[in-house]
Design a protein around this ligand. Structure first.
Ligand SMILES: Cc1cc2nc3c(=O)[nH]c(=O)nc-3n(C[C@H](O)[C@H](O)[C@H](O)COP(=O)(O)O)c2cc1C
Length: 268
């Protein structure tokens, strides 16, 4: 899976990945549930959640703190065509943590069952959770597993750093392995997968059902194909230069196409 990355995995970049390396699943950047029951999500998010590809499932990720606003946002994105939804329980940054959304929700685990059950009731397709190992305690996730199972979650994506850790240190995939052992839910491992060796190690160490690639895929989109064995595991510096040139050229073209669409839309 291609990870959700705010500021990166917009429609243009997702299209490029789908065309070039076909991730099995792609995610939107997080879509904020707005504090407005009528508007629910922003106009730019309305455009960004459009799935223009029949072959690759798109998961729309929601972020927010208020249950009513989150449910309204879930209903809105489904009316707009979203089939698969995810909730962000991991984002460690700024407004998310001060507003008790994203990773900050882990400070109030007692509030999670009502939120997740309300969302589960509203979501018709798959409903997944993307989570860190805990707010400040890397073993917190284990105490949440029964809640996730009880609330009818379809799968978990685990980035095994705490929220407070942000991106410091290394993702501890021993935690992912323990989560896999302790739940019957499918677990997708995420964090610090930069090479084929990393991906193979994380899969065999954790027994996870799959991998989610973030920064590693941005640095090297071919990592998807390398991990599948469809492309060499390592490239020479000359091959790497050529791969990067192609990637940047295609990114430029696809971004320009989307910019044209957007400027037509606004009549600019
Ligand atoms: C620039 C950037 C933006 C991100 N935005 C999101 C986001 O919108 N939603 C989310 O769940 N995670 C977000 N993340 C976290 C990634 O999805 C992923 O969990 C994290 O980068 C660890 O995986 P990696 O080591 O493969 O990058 C973001 C990460 C980066 C670097």
């Amino acid at each position: 899976m291609l990870a959700p990355m705010q500021g990166l995995t917009n429609r243009a970049l997702r299209t490029l990945f789908i065309n070039r390396v076909q991730p099995d699943v792609v995610f939107t950047e997080y879509v904020r549930a707005q504090a407005d029951i009528k508007k629910c999500i922003s106009d730019s998010d309305r455009r960004e959640i459009r799935n223009e590809c029949d072959t690759t499932p798109l998961v729309v990720q929601l972020i927010g703190s208020n249950i009513n606003f989150l449910v309204a946002a879930a209903n809105t994105v489904q009316e707009l065509g979203a089939e698969h939804l995810n909730i962000n329980l991991g984002c460690p940054y700024g407004r998310m943590t001060t507003n008790t959304a994203g990773g900050a929700l882990l400070k109030y685990p007692a509030d999670l069952p009502l939120m997740l059950k309300s969302l589960r009731k509203a979501i018709l397709g798959s409903f997944s959770i993307k989570i860190r190992s805990g707010y400040d305690d890397p073993s917190q996730l284990f105490s949440l597993i029964p809640i996730f199972e009880d609330c009818g979650i379809d799968f978990l994506i685990v980035h095994p750093r705490t929220v407070q850790q942000r991106f410091k240190g290394l993702a501890d995939h021993n935690v992912t392995a323990d989560v896999v052992r302790k739940t019957s839910l499918p677990v997708i491992a995420n964090g610090d997968i930069w090479t084929v060796a990393d991906g193979d190690r994380v899969l065999s160490q954790t027994g996870a059902a799959g991998l989610m690639l973030g920064r590693g895929a941005i640095a090297d989109p071919l990592l998807f194909e390398r991990l599948r064995g469809n492309y060499s595991a390592l490239s020479t510096p000359e091959q790497r230069a050529e791969e990067l040139r192609d990637y940047l050229q295609e990114l430029f073209l696809v971004t320009r196409n989307y910019s044209v669409v957007i400027s037509r839309y606004y009549g600019k």
